[in-house]
Design a protein around this ligand. Structure first.
Ligand code: IPE
Ligand code: IPE
Ligand code: MG
Length: 249
């Protein structure tokens, strides 16, 4: 089966299974260009992209990745034509209905980062349900970034923090980076080790601004719907060659 496959050799190099990144962020980009190159509507690219994240989640679980945070809809993506936004919302709903049972059975934990309050009540309900029924999953966490923007996340965190200060749950003098990070959507998850962006773009597009502080980056020209386990291997092998100094020598 796809996800049971042993990590395959890339350029005669193998992954060090003892140093697999714990938390990988993925900017799932290039769905539209993938569809265009095949003469298909953009929605077909998004549908294929949803299948790819399902496969990649399974593959990452099989090699010991603990968390994937996958950028599925940004705070800026509302600026797309209504028809595309609607298509993305429909696909998200379909995805949730489809994966919920599977995630429950294979112990995948579903989480969300982002402000889902702007979504329809039906979608919000499906998200809450998927989170609830998979909450005990211990195989891998798939954290979907939905209506997510790094700046928005920091603003929302600041407001929550301010609220706690006003209610005397916290004093300003106690605020430090560790305390602040508890107010972010990613609270409780391990540090992001590696951020992957396919499709040839080399920017963050408002993804995980705080969390990316010491993440390694890996880019590829491949469009997200074509991203395979071999591409994931290549990203991890490249990551394992980096020297993460964290400001030291
Ligand atoms: C990423 O693919 C998916 C979302 C942003 C929702 P795009 O739709 O951005 O695809 P391109 O970049 O136009 O090819
Ligand atoms: C980033 O891709 C957002 C997601 C993948 C969900 P975009 O396609 O929206 O980013 P830009 O516009 O190229 O920066
Ligand atoms: Mg794009």
């Amino acid at each position: 089966m796809f996800f049971k496959r042993k990590p395959k050799q890339q350029n005669n190099e193998t992954m060090d299974m003892a140093r697999i990144p714990k938390h990988i962020g993925i900017i799932m980009d290039g769905n539209g260009r993938w569809a265009k190159s095949k003469g298909l509507p953009r929605k077909a690219g998004h549908r294929q992209g949803a299948k790819t994240i399902e496969n990649i989640t399974d593959y990452c679980a099989s090699i010991g990745v603990e968390v994937i945070t996958a950028y599925a809809f940004s705070t800026e993506n509302w600026n797309r034509p209504k028809e595309e936004v609607d298509a993305l919302m429909d696909l998200l709903y379909e995805y949730l209905i489809q994966v919920e049972e599977k995630f429950k059975n294979d112990r995948t934990k579903f989480m969300v980062s982002g402000d889902v309050s702007r979504f329809s009540p039906k979608l919000q309900e499906a998200i809450a349900h998927a989170i609830d029924v998979t909450k005990d999953g211990d195989r891998i966490i798939i954290n979907l970034a939905l209506n997510y923007g790094g700046r928005d996340e920091i603003v929302r965190a600041s407001k929550k923090l301010y609220g706690d200060i006003c209610e005397n749950k916290l004093s300003v003098d106690d605020v430090n980076e560790e305390v602040f990070s508890r107010y972010l959507d990613t609270y409780g998850l391990p540090e992001v080790d590696l951020i992957i962006r396919p499709s040839g773009e080399q920017r963050l597009s408002n993804f995980l601004l705080w969390q990316a502080a010491y993440a390694e980056f890996w880019y590829s020209d491949i469009c997200w719907p074509d991203f395979s386990s071999a591409d994931m291997d290549a990203a991890i092998i490249a990551y394992q060659k980096r020297d993460r100094r964290y400001g030291g020598v």
